[in-house]
Ligand binder design. Sequence first.
Ligand SMILES: [Zn+2]
Length: 61
Amino acid sequence: MSERKYRITTSCPQCGCSGTSHLSEKELKKRYGDVPNIELECHECMMVMEADVEEGGGKEK
Ligand SMILES: [Zn+2]
């Protein structure tokens, strides 16, 4: 019953904004597909940046 959770961290090099969002594995795959690197568009300046995905919220290895 445990679903993996991921933390997606973004920090825009251009305008300096940053954000963190939490998604489950299912949501992550639905939105971004099964890719190792996720690219997101900054909603402030529309620059495309690479997001940092960390597994979190579950049990530690
Ligand atoms: Zn930005």
